[in-house]
Design a protein around this ligand. Sequence first.
Ligand code: NAD
Length: 317
Amino acid sequence: MNVEETGTTRVAVIGAGLVGATFAYALMISGLVSEIVLVDADHERAVGEAMDLSHGVPFVRNVQVWAGDYDDVRDADITVITAGANQKPGETRLDLVKRNLAILRDIIARVTASENRGIIVVVANPVDVLAYAAWKLSGLPAGRVIGSGTILDTARFRHHIGRHFRVDPRSVHAYIVGEHGDSEVALWSSANIGNVPLEQFEAYDEAALAQIFEETRTAAYQIINRKRATYYAIGLGVTRLVEAILHDQRSVLSVSTLVQGEYGVEGIYLSLPCVVGAGGVLARLSPPISSDEIAGLHASAGVLRATLAEVGLVRDG
Ligand code: NAD
């Protein structure tokens, strides 16, 4: 008896390290796709991860997981780039940017050569700089090249706010925008729980809120100091992003995208709340924000523009 081939949904993961493999694991459990291909410069690592993941398939919904190459990327609906080096002792931040940019250039050249027509999601750091580079190098429309941006920072922020006010973080509406990094900005002025401004809750306490933002902004350092890397929450966050794209959910997620005049910022990638659906980023939202928040966003944009200029991706100024 012959079992016919049918339509498939494929996600390619470039970089089967801690983030890539954890994302693949979360995606596999989600049941969103029928095929997951892992591509890594260290092919044996990808083979090992694919074997380990595949052995779990009988416990979830059926999905093919394998270690492949760029021929397999051609038919991917979404290509998620998690390949990147970590900072070596004595290496400057700029050296790391240059190293990861070289890796990204190589990957985008191969994805483009494969004639893939899907959406690219960049997760490797510095994510805003690399997502901008991926957009420039791929020649794709900006909406189809998305950085995971502050999707993780926003989740951390909502988690901390929910815990402080003792409500479900899914009922907390609050965003982190700007750079995924030190200069990110908390949009406190529009933060609310079930449409009620935070000031109206008894637990409102400015010092506690300042601490919440500090915990959010420094979370990666705190985790990396303890266990060397972060990967579970970002794995789930990217799965959520993939879900919004594949099911055309038009969900509002804070992702890194080409900003085109919002708050007076233009021509670089940073995170804003965006409507995400089948075409990628379908719209960028500009919630009302305070003058301090606008100043913070301009400072964050300045940091990103300076890095893009340092590596020659934009002109100075
Ligand atoms: P890791 O070292 O565990 O894995 C990186 C993988 O990339 C390795 O398996 C390596 O072999 C592979 N690789 C390197 N060059 C490659 C190439 N040219 N082609 C294919 N594969 C290649 O690192 P990790 O902990 O998984 O982190 C990966 C990246 O994700 C880092 O840049 C990290 O900073 C970033 N990260 C981003 C977020 C976020 O919120 N955006 C969160 C956590 C980590």
